[in-house]
Structures are given as structure tokens and as C-alpha cells.
Design a binder for this molecule. Structure first.
Ligand code: AMP
Length: 418
């Protein structure tokens, strides 16, 4: 059902609590915290500009990292207030708490168009517990609730669900921001009745993370192109050897069922026909978890269906990349989630970047609608400078996957219907 958006509701002079996703990567520099990537802050600008223009009094609530209910200086949102102010070209006030007297006083002084960013809501354990009393305190200074934090909408927390309940019980509107509206439109409405051919590209580490998405998309897609480590579980299900590749032997049945379903429904399910393989060698260096780091030696092109016992598949091969590219070129709707290989290592990024290029080309030249389901595929597109050549890149990771599975997200369910 279509959700209320900020375009549907009265905003003038209203005190609007906006849940935003400012969970941005930061690092310590010269004793302070600096923001490495402000994409998530930029993504909220259309909503904030709109609210300012309509004369709302704006309170922003967000989380940063995992402070687990404790104050942690390195996870303060203060640097975000400055960055947001620079991007908006107007002052953004900041209070070092998200509830309480200081917040109440600053909120009471807000004039139409003013913006106040509250401190990290996860400094309170009550946030993740969705504590009703805490939600009521968060809602104390708001007439209206807006959720623009799609990336946090799969969590039923006080600032994503509890606060909406308090405000709607009071008769206040609860609406989607413009970013949330776009996420629901592209990951939801556009994929309900996609223009055909509808080509789905899935990669990444694990079948288990994406099986519910695979199952649901098999009902809609014309072609499903599989890459990443996920492909090896499918290969194992076909009785092929996968050597030392990352694989989930306990998910072989699940992969087999997906292939059977694809055959039954006439969906083309493609697996890589060639791979880049390496010989993993244990080094004397340890990772953060104390496990030995592997060095990937002797990269080579493997065109055999089997991968030898002492080798590991780390990327799709060039024949697969061009076969997938041809499918993508014919598509009218494309959904892509997950890299084709260990693209963090430039030696094994070819398959992922080839797919990124094919998707961008199908969009700009072929008129396809391309929807990127968040996470590493977005990173790969941005790294290759093609981010602006696709139709939509989701800002959600886990939230995008759950939404694509067809699950109702608590932060979406909490919003009013049109
Ligand atoms: P996901 O979060 O499930 O989309 O997985 C992304 C991760 O999958 C990235 O960090 C990739 O390095 C990893 N990945 C992709 N292909 C492979 C592969 N063949 N072997 C191991 N890891 C892979």
C-alpha cells in the first residue's frame, strides 16, 4: 500500500522529527573524528530542503555505529552537524543529547526552517530495545514524524518504529521522506511489474544471505546471472568441483531447489563458465580475529568446469563477463546486488567492473531501468565512476535485501497509508 510522504502532509510551522541515516564512515585524525564519505548526508538534502522551504521546524535523529547504550566520544554526531551545515549552506544546531531538558529548550526555540541535529540515539540502550518510554521522550518535541532512513528501516527501534507509534496515537502524521519514497518506488513498485526482459544479477559471498531474494525474484525475472562466491555453491549442487573456493556445502540443497524452480518457471539461470583462480597460501600475518591471512598466489584463467583441489575461485572469467554483458545489454529492467568476485583486490575486480560497465551502458544507451540493491555493488559503481549512469542506487544494505525478499520493514510499516 502506498505510504504517506512529506508531499501529502501539512508542514508549515510544524515540529517535524526526521529519522535520517547518518551512519557515515569516520576516522580519527589529529585528535578529532573526520567523515570519510558523506554520501548518506547528501542523500537527505532533498528532504531537508523541502522541509525548510515549507517552513517546518526540523529535529534530526540518527544513529552512528554501535555504542551499545554507552556514550562514546568517537561516535558523536557532532561532526555531521558541521558537514550538513556546509552542504545545506545554513546553520545546523547540535545538542549533545537526544532527549531531556537541553533538547526540549533548544527545540522550543526553533523557528520555521531551523534545523537541530540530536546526538546519537544509540547512546541509550532503550533505542535498540524500542523502549516505549524512551520513544515518548524522543517524540516530546514533535508534531509530525518523517522517516528518511531507509538503511535503518529493517530495525524496530525507538527512533524507527516506537516514535511513530507515539506520534500517530496523538493524531500526528507519520510520513516517508523523499529518499525513503524513492527507495520504496524503485525497490518496490518498479519491480512489481518490470519491463521485460528483466535481468537480475546476484553475487557476493553467500547463498544463505540471498536465498530468499533469489526465490522471490525467480517469480519475476527472465534471467538470473549468478557470480561471486555464491556461484560455487550452485556449482557444487551440479556435482562440479570447487577446490578451496568459499562455499556453503550445507546450502547445496537450497541451490538445487533454486535451479529446479528456475527450470520449472522457464527462468534462465546462468552460472560462470570460466573463473579467475588462485592458489591460497597461508602467511604468518594474522587478521583482526587472530586467523592467518591468506596470500592469493598464481592467479590464472580457468576455463574448465571444475576448479582443482588446491585452487580457489576469486572472480568470474572473461567469457562469463562478456556472456553476462550480452544479457545485460538486452535488458529493459536490471537489478544488481553483490560483486562478481573479491573486487577489493584489483587483480580480481575485472568481473565486477565489467558488470558495472554493462549495467551503466544498458541504462544510458539501451534505455534500461537499472536498480542497484545497495552494499558492495554501489561501491563498485562509484569506484568505476559510473554511479551517475544507473537509474537508482539504494542507500540500504540489509534493509534493501529484506525489502527485496518481500518482508515488511518495521520502519516502513510504522508510516501512515495514503
Ligand atoms: P555480500 O555482502 O554478500 O554482497 O558479499 C560481498 C563480499 O563478497 C565482498 O567482500 C567480496 O570480496 C566477496 N566475494 C565475492 N566473490 C567472492 C569469491 N569468489 N570468493 C570470496 N569472496 C567473494
Amino acid at each position: 500500500m502506498a505510504k504517506l510522504t512529506i508531499k501529502d502532509i501539512e508542514l508549515k510551522g510544524q515540529r517535524v522529527l526526521v529519522r535520517v541515516d547518518y551512519n557515515v564512515p569516520m576516522e580519527e585524525k589529529d585528535g578529532g573524528m573526520v567523515i570519510n564519505d558523506d554520501t548518506r548526508i547528501r542523500a537527505t538534502l532533498p528532504t531537508l530542503d523541502y522541509l525548510v522551504e515549507k517552513g517546518a521546524k526540523i529535529l534530526l535523529a540518527a544513529h552512528l555505529g554501535r555504542p551499545r547504550g554507552q556514550r562514546e566520544a568517537s561516535l558523536s554526531l557532532r561532526p555531521v552537524a558541521q558537514q550538513l551545515s556546509d552542504l545545506l549552506g545554513r546553520p545546523v544546531a547540535f545538542v549533545d543529547d537526544c532527549v531531556g531538558d537541553k533538547v526540549d529548550q533548544t527545540a522550543a526555540a526553533l523557528k520555521p526552517g531551523d534545523i537541530l541535529l540530536l546526538e546519537n540515539v544509540r547512546f541509550y540502550a532503550e533505542e535498540e530495545a524500542n523502549d516505549p518510554a524512551f520513544a515518548a521522550r524522543l517524540a516530546a518535541n514533535a508534531d509530525v514524524y518523517v522517516n528518511d532512513a531507509f538503511g535503518a528501516a529493517h530495525r524496530a527501534h525507538a527512533s524507527t518504529a516506537g516514535v511513530a507509534k507515539v506520534i500517530s496515537e496523538r493524531g500526528g502524521a507519520c510520513a516517508a521522506g523523499l529518499l525513503m519514497e524513492r527507495e520504496l518506488q524503485f525497490l518496490g513498485d518498479e519491480l512489481e511489474a518490470p519491463q521485460r526482459p528483466f535481468v537480475v544479477i546476484l553475487g557476493g559471498a553467500k547463498v544463505s544471505d540471498k536465498i530468499a531474494v533469489i526465490d522471490r525474484l525467480l517469480d519475476k525475472a527472465d534471467s538470473l546471472l549468478i557470480g561471486g562466491a555464491m556461484a560455487y555453491t550452485f556449482k557444487l549442487a551440479k556435482g562440479l568441483k570447487v577446490g578451496k573456493s568459499l562455499v556453503e556445502p550445507d546450502k547445496v540443497d537450497v541451490a538445487r531447489e533454486a535451479m529446479e524452480k528456475a527450470a520449472r518457471l522457464g527462468v534462465e539461470l546462468l552460472l560462470p563458465s570460466d573463473n579467475t583462480v588462485v592458489t591460497p597460501v597461508v602467511t604468518d600475518k594474522l587478521n583482526k580475529k587472530g586467523k592467518p591471512i591468506l596470500a592469493f598466489e598464481n592467479p590464472r584463467h580457468n576455463t574448465e568446469p571444475d576448479i582443482p583441489d588446491n585452487e580457489e575461485g576469486v572472480d568470474i572469467g572473461e567469457h562469463t563477463a562478456s556472456a553476462y554483458g550480452e544479457k545485460i545489454a538486452q535488458a529493459k529492467t536490471i537489478l544488481w546486488n553483490g560483486p562478481m568476485g573479491i573486487f577489493e583486490d584489483p587483480r580480481f575486480a575485472h568481473g565486477t567492473f565489467a558488470v558495472a560497465k554493462a549495467v551503466a551502458h544498458a541504462t544510458s544507451q539501451g534505455g534500461a531501468k537499472s536498480i542497484i540493491g545497495g552494499g558492495d555493488s554501489v561501491k563498485a559503481l562509484n569506484q568505476s565512476g559510473l554511479g551517475d549512469q544507473v537509474t537508482f542506487m539504494s542507500t540500504g544494505g540489509g534493509a534493501s535485501l529484506e525489502f527485496l525478499e518481500g518482508k515488511e520493514l518495521p520502519g516502513v510499516a510504522a508510516l501512515g497509508d495514503r
